[in-house]
Ligand binder design. Structure first.
Ligand SMILES: Cc1cc2nc3c(=O)[nH]c(=O)nc-3n(C[C@H](O)[C@H](O)[C@H](O)COP(=O)(O)OP(=O)(O)OC[C@H]3O[C@@H](n4cnc5c(N)ncnc54)[C@H](O)[C@@H]3O)c2cc1C
Length: 450
């Protein structure tokens, strides 16, 4: 039996904790917040197949119809685009606090101990190994530390550089977000447009979801959004949606949502990151619940195979490898498509929709993770044909083709086995490649060249 510490009650960490406790290990989750304050005050949607993958029963009431999204380009004169939910997609929509209570309840039943109101400050490192965590008044040693502290994890930031686990996110790796639930007024409301996305600038979007008794608003932007700008946007969308009141019912918080490819390396001796702490989000919109549930399951499976209980990077590499082959490489391709966004202005996105260069099914598939590697070559071929008449977007499409082609070569460099040198080489190659695609300076270079 091993002593396992889960740092932070992130979703993937709770799932891994539950499975490792079921396998007979002693598992403790340390969380900085009180139980009542964990989970956001909002409803979230995610792919139900992740729960099936993890063998977690889906409670009654969790399955909801997939959202038919209406997408509004910045220009009111361009017709909005309706995006049906992909066929066969099984959707869960649930209050985050209810999901948190459900998963922690299952984990507790399996024997996991939860210690709330305990902030983790740093990892404990002895020689080449992560052997525990430091809190304000304690050092807690364990055989394996699972980092589920989210995007700004102090554990990840405290690891030595030679572990090749990157510490910081770059610009365009995350969105600044404001989420707020407002009252619902009497007023015209088209029930066919319950879920809307507006392009509000060159760098941001606003989601409006109409519920029976409230209106849920999410404003996201790659630039930090000062409150006056938020207030302007709230007024703008409430004018366009007369049923939306401006009395805040709940949430009203600023947050960050990671939208990037997974970390190049997220394991080390005695350490594995899961969920947002390893940037396992769906890069087009930052949905990471399904990936976290899958990753927690894959991690527990790899750890169970480590019969010596040493949890060295060599054995935890199986977790990283399985995650990349089952989820991560697809997530990388989505990240590449997301990295194209800074190369378009809101007016250009407008034009793409007005000229019907992207169909509603394609946009919906992008938003729900429906594209597979095998579909992309055919799709790109079709788009090249279509762009014959619209040469102004050719450069962006060619850039994407170049990125996808280079990425196809890059994924063949993924090390089959872990050695410190190979992991470092992989990390350097992977990061150099993504830096060359996501670097906003390239946009300026491109404009200058034109
Ligand atoms: C506004 C918003 C809307 C979203 N909507 C969706 C959605 O609809 N669908 C979807 O799939 N995903 C959505 N996401 C993304 C989703 O929340 C995450 O991708 C997913 O939960 C995985 O993150 P996590 O659980 O690993 O990390 P987090 O949710 O960040 O959890 C980390 C946990 O660690 C704790 N912690 C952090 N630091 C410390 C510390 N030093 N010591 C102790 N504990 C610590 C935190 O308190 C927290 O409980 C949304 C995110 C945001 C911000």
């Amino acid at each position: 039996m091993s002593e396992i510490t889960v740092a932070g009650a992130g979703i993937g960490g709770i799932v891994a904790a539950m499975k490792l406790a079921q396998a007979g290990h002693s598992v403790t989750v340390y969380e900085k917040n009180r139980f009542e304050d964990c989970g956001y005050e909002q409803k979230d949607s995610f792919d139900a197949s992740a729960m099936d993958y993890a063998g977690i029963e889906i409670p009654e009431g969790y399955i909801a119809p997939g959202n038919e999204i209406t997408f509004f380009p910045i220009d009111d004169n361009v017709a909005p685009l309706k995006m049906p939910s992909p066929e066969g997609y099984k959707n869960i929509t649930v209050e985050r606090k209810a999901l948190f209570a459900y998963l922690t309840g299952l984990a507790a039943e399996a024997g996991v101990k939860f210690v709330y109101e305990t902030e983790i400050l740093a990892p404990v490192i002895l020689g080449s190994r992560v052997c525990g965590i430091k809190t304000a008044d304690k050092t807690i040693y364990s055989d394996l530390v699972i980092d589920a502290c989210g995007m700004n994890s102090p554990l990840r930031k405290g690891l030595p550089a030679w572990m090749s686990v990157d510490k910081d996110a770059e610009r365009y790796d995350y969105l600044y977000a404001y989420r707020a639930i407002f009252d619902r007024k009497e007023g015209d409301f088209d029930t066919g447009e319950r879920y809307k996305i507006y392009v509000h600038s060159d760098t941001g979007f606003t989601w409006i979801i109409t519920e029976d008794d409230c209106v849920d608003v999410l404003i996201v932007d790659f630039n930090e959004i000062p409150f006056p700008k938020i207030a302007d946007e709230l007024h703008r969308v409430s004018e366009r949606n007369p049923h939306m009141g401006l009395n805040l019912i709940r949430n009203g918080k600023f947050m960050q949502i990671p939208v990037r490819q997974p970390l190049a390396v997220f394991v080390a001796d005695g350490y594995a990151a899961v969920g947002d702490s390893a940037f396992m989000t769906y890069a087009a919109k930052g949905s990471g619940i399904a990936y976290s549930i899958k990753a927690g399951t894959i991690l527990a499976r790899a750890a169970a195979e480590d019969k010596d209980g040493l949890y060295e990077a060599e054995t935890l590499w199986k977790y990283e490898k399985d995650f990349f082959y089952e989820v991560g490489f697809d997530a990388c391709r989505i990240a590449l498509i997301k990295n194209l966004l800074p190369y378009f202005t809101a007016d250009e996105i407008n034009e793409i929709f007005s000229k019907k260069l992207v169909t509603s099914e394609e946009t919906e598939k992008l938003l729900t993770g429906g594209f597979r590697k095998t579909e992309l070559p055919g799709l790109i071929k079709d788009k090249i044909k279509l762009l014959g008449d619209v040469p102004e977007f050719r450069s962006q499409l060619l850039m994407l083709i170049g990125w996808l082609g280079k990425f196809a070569l890059l994924d063949s460099f993924f090390p089959a086995k872990y050695t410190r040198e190979d992991a470092a080489k992989w990390s350097e190659r992977y990061n150099r490649f993504f830096e060359s695609t996501g670097n906003p300076a390239r946009r300026e270079e491109q404009t200058e060249a034109e």
